[in-house]
Structure formats: C-alpha cells, structure tokens
Write a protein that binds this ligand. Structure first.
Ligand SMILES: [Zn+2]
Length: 249
C-alpha cells in the first residue's frame, strides 16, 4: 500500500499500486479522481489508505507542472469529487491534522518537514517543475512560515530513474540553465537524445536552497522499472492510475 522514508518523523506515505479495489489499468490502489476509474472504487481506496494512516482531512491541488507552492489551511480541506479551486504543484502548511497530497506517475514527489517549527510541504516535480525550481520555492515557503532551512528534512519518493528517463535537448538545456549540467548525459545510441536525473537535480536544488545534504533521502526506486508496483506514465503510455505522496503533522 505504501512505503515511508526513515528520515521523516511526521505521518507520511508514498503509496503504490497494491492494496486497493480498482481494476484494469487502475489496479488496484488508484487515487486519481478524474482518470476514468469508477468513483466507488476510488472512494474505497481512499478509505483504506486513510484508515491505515489515520487521516481525516486532506488537501490536494490541481497540478499543472508549475513552480507554484500554495499555503493551505483546514478551510482548504478537500472533499472527494468536489472541484479544487486553485492550481499549484506544491502545498505547504502549519496546520496540524491536515494531510498534504501530491500525485505522480514517474514525476518526482518530495515531502518536507521541519518538525521543530511545525511546517510541512509536499511537492510534485516533473521536469518542468524541476527546472522551474519548485523545490526551492517549497523551501522558501516553509521558511516564510517559520521553518529554518537547516532543520528541514526532505524525502524524494519513487520516481522515474536516470537510466529510464530519455529526454530531448529542451530538457538538457533547461537543466543546464539552472546549473544542473551533470544531471544529464547524452544517449550514446540516439543522436539528440539524453538521459536526465530528475531526483538528483531536485537534490541539488534542495541543497542550494539551504537543506543539509545529510537531511535528504532519495528513494532508489524507479517507477518505470517497477511498473508492477508503481504507475509509470512512460511505461503505460499514459493509460494509468496515480500514486500519492502524503505528509501530515
Ligand atoms: Zn528504471
């Protein structure tokens, strides 16, 4: 159903495909409300997950591959199948008892906490969000709410790995533009193609933003290699459910 990261202290989870009731391409723990899965299955998947994690209230966002991190409070608590009135790719809060959720299927999820000052964040970073440095915006948003960057612990969850994420020159150029040249290497077999390390690029950005290297944990799991356990956008050609990354104080 989910894995956790050893460096986070608050309730958190990186969910996987297992332990739900959805069928077909959504088998089984699909948490996407608007991907074509049956509503009653999605509701049951949420019920099982939230029972396991003891979550009652949660916030989501309409993800648009932006660099926007939005502060949420209990007034933003989401009801399943109701509209989400804002777009963002990161959520930050000081609110206890409000779970933050982001959804991925190859993109990089990042969960952050400053347990001393009581601030948490959840981030969705595909390549566009990564090169827009949404991870930096998340750290800055946490600091503006009272966190200290040197206290922040960050966990990068399962996402597509270096060896599986073939990209074009536009991604290579964008990574170069933010000083992450060494997170991209040419594909020796395909002219004009490259491989990009999005997890590593986000690690670089977090460190540059003041997060201590020893406070960052990166999941070694590649969602494309482990398509049996995780949804991979690339492996399924987009016919898929989504996993969630969740954190709550
Ligand atoms: Zn892989």
């Amino acid at each position: 159903m989910y894995t956790t990261s050893p460096n986070l202290t608050f309730t958190h989870a990186f969910t996987d495909r297992l332990g739900g009731v959805s069928e077909g391409i959504f088998a089984s723990l699909n948490l996407g409300e608007h991907l074509g899965d049956e509503e009653k299955c999605v509701r049951e998947n949420y019920r099982r997950l939230f029972e396991a994690l003891k979550i009652e209230r949660f916030a989501v966002t309409k993800q648009v591959h932006s660099d926007t991190v939005r502060e949420v409070t209990l007034s933003d608590a989401h009801e399943l199948y109701s509209p989400v009135p804002y777009e963002a790719d990161g959520l930050v809060t000081r609110e206890r008892g409000l779970a933050l959720m982001v959804f991925t299927a190859d993109c990089v999820p990042i969960l952050l906490e400053d347990s001393e000052h009581g601030v948490i964040a959840a981030v969705h970073a595909g390549w566009r969000g990564t090169v827009a440095e949404i991870a930096k915006n998340a750290v800055n948003s946490m600091v503006s709410l009272g966190a200290r960057s040197e206290n922040i612990r960050a966990a990068v969850g399962p996402a597509i790995g270096y060896e599986c994420f073939q990209v074009g020159a536009e991604v290579k150029d964008a990574l170069s533009a933010i000083g992450c040249d060494d997170r991209c290497r040419p594909d020796p077999e395909n002219e004009g193609k490259f491989y990009a390390d999005l997890k590593g690029a986000n690690r670089d950005i977090l460190i540059r933003s003041g997060v201590r290297p020893e406070n960052i944990r990166i999941s070694p799991v590649c969602t494309r290699c482990r398509h049996d356990k995780y949804w991979s956008h690339r492996y399924t050609d987009g016919k898929r459910g989504v996993q969630a990354s969740i954190i709550m104080m």
